[in-house]
Write a protein that binds this ligand. Structure first.
Ligand code: GNR
Ligand code: NI
Length: 178
């Protein structure tokens, strides 16, 4: 199976609002498998379906460290039902904005309701990296990127850099054709 490409800034699809999954069927399970393959290959700790160009409200996560056994999680149709007033700062990155890292302030703890791969309702209370990752991925489902939480100066700079790189890559692809 070919590993599906992760779409990059400034691809407009990253700004789409993803649609809820009506039923966890074979097609949804196939997409989940492709998401894990792309996420582990990258490697990353989380992925939203839209990062493969699929506007569905599906998230894969695995926060296990290298020396730990894997801990794959599937989060479908998540709803943020509670967030702490207390904020925390974490240095975030995104597979759609490779090799760019910046500190982001978000609620330190969250409660998220979702359905799992078996279509069963679940609820998770999260702090630390899990709380950050859940918020980062739920943002993706709403067309929001972590750079939307940093200063406009820094955001404009990184968007400009990735726009330039995309234009150059398109040029290179054209040249190699003829
Ligand atoms: O792999 C990832 N690491 C990460 C680190 C800190 C905060 C968030 C993340 S998510 C990111 C993968 C990704 O882009 N998911 O959308
Ligand atoms: Ni991301």
């Amino acid at each position: 199976m070919k590993v599906r490409d992760i779409i990059l800034l400034p691809d407009k699809r990253l700004r789409q609002v993803s649609k809820p999954v009506a039923k966890v069927d074979a097609a949804a399970r196939k997409l989940v498998a492709e998401m894990f393959t792309a996420m582990y290959a990258a490697p990353g700790i989380g992925l939203a379906a839209i990062q493969l160009g699929e506007p569905k409200r599906i998230i894969t996560l695995d926060l296990a460290k290298k020396e730990q056994p894997s801990d794959p999680r599937v989060i479908i149709n998540p709803e943020l039902v509670w967030e702490s007033d207390e904020l925390g700062t974490y240095e975030e990155g995104c597979l759609s904005i490779p090799e760019y890292y910046e500190e982001v302030e978000r609620p330190k703890a969250v409660t998220v309701k979702y359905i799992d791969i078996d279509g069963k309702p679940q609820e998770v209370e999260a702090t630390g990296l899990l709380a950050t990752a859940l918020q980062h991925e739920i943002d993706h489902l709403n067309g929001i990127l972590f750079i939307d939480h940093i200063s406009k100066l820094k955001r404009d700079r990184v968007i400009k850099k990735f726009t330039k790189a995309a234009k150059q890559a398109a040029k290179d692809a054209k040249r190699s054709k003829d």
